[in-house]
Design a protein around this ligand. Sequence first.
Ligand SMILES: [Zn+2]
Length: 220
Amino acid sequence: EAEKEFFSRVSEKANQIFLQHESKLKGLIVAGPGITKNEFLERGMLDYRLKEKILGSIDTSYTDESGIREVMQKSDELLKGAEVTKERAIVNKFLEEISKDGLIAYGDKEVLEAIELGKAKTVMVSESLGWEVVKIECEACGNVEEFIIKDTLTFKPSDLKCSKCSSSKVEELEEIDYIDFIIEKARSTGAEVRVISTETPEGEQFLKSFGGLGAFLRYK
Ligand SMILES: [Zn+2]
């Protein structure tokens, strides 16, 4: 009876605190010494929306502040595992959609176009691309444009020419990482961006077979 009372008190508090931030909440970890935390997960009255976000539980040796420190240390692995699982899932969904010719785009031109037209819902970009974007202004005609530099090792700023008047008198305005460039573009049209690591076979395949850039589309 005391246990039931305790569980309902904890559930109530947790629901009260976490539900108001539910949309921003990425995951919950339940921690504590012994098996009480597992019983809590089974019999507690945690709201179903919170239950869906539980990443796992962690055993601690203490119940005081050092227990909290323990949780911080041990949750790294748990969070990483959850991230990897999510990553594999999204790449697998991408492959599945491709196989049935679904609402998908891949390749840098196609994906960029999809973002700019507002067609992209979720954009996936490999963290290992290593591209850069150089923004220039033409001193002859005033044209401002962006060049995507895929091979940053052999790139020379002096190679850049204005595509409107072909003048090579161009001023470099800024140089940004391609992933930041994509995030910025996506933000302006309401697309979500997922950066995909190459730590999983799926992420590796995404980079090698699909150029490390893909998007789920709202429509075609
Ligand atoms: Zn020009």
